[in-house]
Write a new protein. Structure first.
Length: 212
């Protein structure tokens, strides 16, 4: 991403929350987005789900047991958590705080239940919903991914129909039809939010323009 503007930002990172029905292409989009946008980092979630083929511990998720999850939960370690498709998922307070403390923006890939919890705590977070082009395409993508059982695919398609109408609670909606197009739109959202006045370092402005 070419940030030619020399404006200096303050150190307050922002949370970018992405949700989409499973199979829409959220993971694919997030992977490319993280390569394209400097200073944007994903907070790796904890889950009790079993790893899919090719998934790597602490990169895709931190895979833990139900007992470990419940221990973290009772210790207040999650900023949000949810049960999705029979497994627990949670976002660690510490992981988010570490990214924000390093001056980065945080990318979170969470479901609608988690979104509701974050909305109540982070009023300046940016909520983005990704739609598939159609139910037919969603089914093709779930099947094409080849990582979910037939039972899981049917469950995910059923849940997708309920999730889609939740998009009204988000700030932005993107349709992931052509990958590059959706990626461009995602990048634009981050660029425009980084240029918001509440992200600018006013001390720097005063010094830079010699205003005293
Ligand atoms: P999610 O994380 O939302 O569950 P994935 O990123 O795993 O979805 O994508 C599901 C499947 O769809 C993958 O096989 C991926 O390669 C494919 N896919 C993602 N985005 C697109 C796109 N824009 N066009 C075609 N296929 C896509
Ligand atoms: P999957 O198992 O297919 O990777 O993810 C299933 C669903 O769980 C997706 O909708 C994903 O956004 C959601 N999810 C992943 N991590 C978290 C998390 O930490 N919290 C919540 N609430 N949802 C999550």
């Amino acid at each position: 991403m070419n940030e030619s503007c020399m404006l200096q930002r303050n150190n307050k990172g922002r949370l970018y929350i992405l949700s989409a029905p499973s199979g829409t292409g959220k993971t694919t989009l997030c992977t490319s987005l993280l390569e394209l946008v400097p200073n944007l980092k994903e907070s790796v979630s904890f889950t009790t789900r079993k790893p899919r083929v090719g998934e790597i511990q602490d990169m895709d998720y931190t895979f833990i047991s139900v007992e470990e999850f419940k221990l973290m939960l009772s210790g207040g370690q999650f900023i949000e958590w949810a049960e999705v498709f029979g497994n627990y998922y949670g976002t660690s307070f510490k992981r988010i705080e570490d990214i924000l403390a390093s001056g980065g923006d945080v990318l979170l890939d969470i479901d609608i239940q988690g979104v509701r919890q974050i909305k109540a705590k982070h009023t300046d977070a940016v909520f983005i919903f990704i739609l598939p082009p159609s139910m037919e395409t969603l089914e093709q993508r779930l099947r094409g991914r080849g990582k979910d059982s037939e039972e899981d695919i049917i469950k995910r398609l059923h849940v997708a129909k309920k999730e889609i109408m939740e998009c009204v609670f988000y700030d932005y909606i993107i349709v992931n039809d052509l990958l590059d197009h959706a990626l461009n739109q995602l990048q634009s959202i981050i660029i425009s939010n980084r240029l918001r006045t509440d992200g600018i370092d006013y001390q720097w402005l005063e010094n830079h323009f010699d205003i005293h």
